[in-house]
Design a protein around this ligand. Sequence first.
Ligand SMILES: Cc1cc2nc3c(=O)[nH]c(=O)nc-3n(C[C@H](O)[C@H](O)[C@H](O)COP(=O)(O)OP(=O)(O)OC[C@H]3O[C@@H](n4cnc5c(N)ncnc54)[C@H](O)[C@@H]3O)c2cc1C
Length: 383
Amino acid sequence: MDFTLPDELRLLQETVREFVADAVTPRAADRDREAAFPADELRAAATLGLCGLMVPEEFGGNPVGSLGAALVYEEVAAGSPALSVTLSVHNTLVCGAVATYGQPELQAELLPRLASGEILGAYALTEPSAGSDAAALTTRARRDGDHYVLDGRKIFVTHGDHAGLYIIFAVTDPEARTSRRISAFAVDRDTPGLAVPRREHKLGLRASEIAEVTLTECRVPATRLLGNEGDGFGIAMALLDGGRIGIGAQAVGIARGAFDLARRYARERQQFGRPIADFQAIQWKLADMATRIDAARLLVWRAATLRDQGQPHTLAASQAKLFASETATFVTDQAVQIHGGYGYLEEYAVERYFRDARATVIYEGTSEIQRLVIARRLLSDSQ
Ligand SMILES: Cc1cc2nc3c(=O)[nH]c(=O)nc-3n(C[C@H](O)[C@H](O)[C@H](O)COP(=O)(O)OP(=O)(O)OC[C@H]3O[C@@H](n4cnc5c(N)ncnc54)[C@H](O)[C@@H]3O)c2cc1C
């Protein structure tokens, strides 16, 4: 088994690392403090091809596969976890949806605009009464001639107030069995009846807002249906298999960012006449942190590689997401501890990573739901 990245992916990794060091990390703390969307950074990312990671070249994309995307999300998260989740949702969940399930004309219309960064894509599955139980969603899509009419309310939509396109999941056949009730639609921001009435104030990832999106008598052309009517729940879950690998990669990046700060601080901070890195208690923390980060990255790379090879990867994606996100919460907590009281101050970036990590064990399926997915697969002998 060869753990060396191919040259083109190593080059991608180095390019993104430099971009993050120059253009992302220096502004990340201010963006967080001001809860300001990183529009300039996103534009710069788009010029590097980072908004078209799942878009074929013929549509102006820069397709790098799930492994390539995981490298990008890790590098970006090490500087700005908020920009990383924006890229992950846009590329893996939205571009991936249109590229895989959109009709050819829809792909030709949307993919070049998504890849160039002209429009940002958001993914709207969650509703007030349908979180972990996503199949319980009630947003309705009624067929009316060559249109669908959408009514409902989506919440927790990442960068929901900056998106130009939303993947909306809605019930097309309330009488059908659970797996066939729902359909998926690509809906433009300027569709009459679509509104973004509210942004939430949240613990972390403050540069990437979550918003409520309401749909009132929204007329959407039938050509905006992704896949066939009734395919929506399967599409949502298949996209989340990829999304969970992306969140795993984001979590690895968050953990790495916090680890780097902690290691540097441990070498610099003097107590009892020597660097705190001389104390075994601190050394063991660093050893545990680094070991878990490496293990998490390997799980992410395995899941991404299986996905790129077209092999079953639901189990591997959930394992990667579960372990990497719990690693991020562990490592960021230890990193704060290594900083002592200074770790509790906004002035030291480590508290931002600590807050940002908390979302990774919640979104795209909580840790409890990942364990449920993993156990079901193990007990049914499937991947
Ligand atoms: C920062 C952020 C960004 C988000 N971005 C998006 C987005 O872009 N698009 C989108 O659609 N959604 C998004 N979400 C929503 C997110 O996916 C949901 O919050 C998540 O799936 C959990 O749903 P819930 O909040 O309703 O919690 P609930 O489902 O109400 O869960 C509450 C608790 O019960 C547990 N639980 C529930 N069911 C079970 C079970 N069967 N077994 C064991 N435990 C269970 C959960 O694990 C959790 O601990 C985002 C959330 C956050 C915090």
